[in-house]
Design a protein around this ligand. Structure first.
Ligand code: SAM
Length: 253
């Protein structure tokens, strides 16, 4: 039987049980909390991560102190991962995880993942030179970040750089988001206990369709291609028309 991890509960996609897709589902309930990953703490109504590089901020975030430890307040309006955690999604992200981060940009969210997975490694992929340069500079200060200048739609181009990972995180505003996510999970996600989190932006997939239709189609597409959907969560009020889809591998190989 698969080992059960902290923060990994198929029955819950947030407090109050699973959320339904689209209309008729429960209204979003911000500022709830599931089981937070290691090195993530609550600061009032916010969450924050223990700063791996004390004294340094990354994107102008507020520094605070919790029981003598410096923390970086994690803004849910600038990070979809923070909004999912704040809304109570249970995400398994141990401190020694190897993470493949697709659409890493300049590293706003990745810097918090770096705080969490401080004994692991974050491989950050992005094809935009301007933002990846900033991420490269960040990786000079945070040794668990590795920048990869590549298109996530072509995982074979960075296969020689990336090992099998515990976690695939994707935040790319592309029409074929589900396909990119599946192909990277197939190539890199550990079959045993590996987890993936896809941040779907409905308007990037199809601006003419209702977001709830896009979300349902995306979920079905992932399941048909070999992913097991463990939980879903809409990210309002922090991000409009976005959904977090939390998965494991269900395929045979
Ligand atoms: C919304 S931003 C990501 C923000 C970032 N995840 C964060 O929270 O700090 C989307 C990023 O996806 C990148 N992107 C777009 N297409 C991509 C692709 N095919 N492969 C990898 N990254 C891509 C863009 O360059 C952009 O930096």
């Amino acid at each position: 039987m698969a080992k059960k991890h902290h923060g990994d509960d198929k029955r819950r996609s947030g407090p109050g049980g699973p959320r339904k897709f689209g209309h008729g589902g429960p209204a979003p309930r911000p500022f709830q909390s599931g089981v937070l990953p290691p090195h993530v703490v609550r600061v009032g109504r916010d969450i924050a991560t223990e700063n791996l590089v004390p004294g340094e901020t990354v994107y102008g975030e507020r520094l605070s102190r919790v029981q003598g430890t410096e923390v970086r307040v994690w803004d849910p309006r600038r990070s979809k991962l923070a909004s999912a955690l704040l809304k109570g999604m249970n995400v398994y992200l141990p401190e020694d995880a190897l993470v493949l981060y697709l659409g890493v940009s300049s590293g706003t969210t990745a810097s918090h993942v770096s705080d969490i997975c401080r004994n692991g490694m974050v491989f950050g992929v992005d094809p935009a030179p301007r933002v990846l340069r900033q991420f490269y500079l960040l990786s000079k200060k945070r040794e668990n970040l590795a920048p990869i200048f590549a298109d996530a739609a072509l995982p074979e181009q960075y296969a020689f750089l990336v090992p099998k990972v515990d976690f695939v995180y994707q935040d790319v505003a592309q029409r074929n988001q589900a396909d990119i996510f599946f192909r990277n999970c197939r190539a890199f996600l550990k079959r045993k206990n590996g987890r993936g989190l896809l941040m779907v932006k409905a308007r990037s997939v199809d601006v003419r369709k209702r977001p709830d239709v896009v979300f349902e189609e995306t979920r079905k597409k992932l399941e048909a291609s070999g992913m097991n959907v463990l939980a879903t969560m809409r990210l309002e009020p922090f991000e409009l028309d976005h959904m977090a889809i939390y998965c494991s591998w269900a395929g045979k190989e």
